[in-house]
Design a protein around this ligand. Structure first.
Ligand code: NAD
Length: 299
């Protein structure tokens, strides 16, 4: 039974995800270390808890949407964390983007206490969280995936089973590494063309009907003015922050090091986005790499 839901981590993503569950009729008990984040969801009908343990006592299923590895470890395996306080049989879903090996650690600890756990990172960004159109990449047993599918689709439009525990995270970080690389590639190509005298609009049109076509050229073009509604046409505001993609590349780097899998371009992209962050561009959409490599200032 998934009618009593606990939700921990009510930030940019979690706040909207929790509200969508409320709209679907689930009863929510919520916690965040930030009181304002709790108030935001309580005003939409959730009950607030004073601690993670209080969330556990009231819930049959608990969703967590936290920033990074350490927050997830603390919330699950820390003193008075979810694993020591949840009722036997509670279903746990972590939707944070973290290291797959951390998901595996949490899963093992959960299993020992008779709890069920899947990793379910998401794609679709804050807009997808708001509109309920997220895709969940689920790592866990087939039974646990089947058991959670309808519930997850209450916060999104799709839940895909990627394999065992951690494979949701693997899918997420590999996709984002490719995206990070392709955005730099598109920016270099359009910038080179422009320096050689070719209008980036014409080159984009050629690329998008040729073999260089990808999301970064077609949907989120980094050159201002080509697509009027994307971040590049709005001073690179909104979209997917440079510091968030840099964080995901750090996860890919750590996993690749352990797997002894070479990611020459992934590593290089990581350093490029980190350098952009050091130049104050962390909050801008990652397509800001286009003016950055051209040495142009961004507002
Ligand atoms: P956020 O920083 O806006 O929200 C995180 C929330 O967790 C905050 O409200 C914070 O107060 C809370 N928190 C931190 N430590 C806590 C603790 N110990 N106990 C309780 N609450 C705690 O982050 P976000 O943008 O919502 O992202 C969350 C996760 O989703 C990240 O892993 C991110 O990489 C991933 N993600 C984000 C996006 C996006 O576009 N923002 C898209 C896909 C995936």
């Amino acid at each position: 039974d998934f009618s009593n839901v606990g939700f921990v981590g009510l930030g940019n993503m979690g706040g909207f995800m929790a509200k969508n569950l409320l709209k679907k009729g689930y009863k929510l008990t919520v916690f965040d270390i930030n009181k304002t984040a709790i108030d935001n969801v309580v005003s939409a009908g959730a009950k607030s808890a004073q601690s993670v343990a209080e969330v556990s006592q009231n819930s049959e299923v608990i969703v967590t949407m936290l920033p990074m590895n350490q927050h997830v470890l603390d919330t699950y395996t820390g003193k008075d964390g979810i694993i020591s306080s949840a009722k036997k049989g509670t279903f746990l879903v972590d939707s944070s983007t973290i290291d797959p090996s951390v998901s595996q650690t949490v899963f093992k600890a959960a299993q020992k206490q008779g709890l069920r756990f899947v990793d379910g990172p998401v794609s679709g960004g804050v807009i997808g969280a708001k509109n309920g159109t997220l895709t969940f990449m689920v790592g866990g047993s087939k039974e646990d995936y089947e058991a959670s599918k309808t519930f997850l689709e209450g916060m999104g439009s799709r839940a895909v089973h990627c394999g065992d525990t951690g494979m949701g995270q693997v899918a997420k970080i590999c996709n984002n590494m490719l995206l990070a690389i392709s955005m730099i590639g598109v920016s270099e190509a359009l910038s080179l063309g422009e320096k050689l005298g070719l209008d980036p609009k014409i080159l984009t049109d050629i690329v998008n009907t040729s073999t260089g076509r990808c999301w970064s050229s077609e949907v989120n073009n980094p050159v201002p003015g080509i697509s009027p509604t994307v971040p590049s046409s709005n001073d690179y505001a909104g979209g997917f922050g440079t510091s968030l993609i840099a964080k995901d590349l750090g996860l890919a780097q750590a996993a690749a090091t352990r797997a002894k899998s070479p990611i020459a371009l992934g590593s290089l992209s990581h350093q490029i986005y980190r350098t952009m962050e050091a130049h104050g561009l962390g909050g801008k959409d990652f397509s800001v790499v286009y003016p950055f490599i051209r040495g142009e200032n961004v507002n």
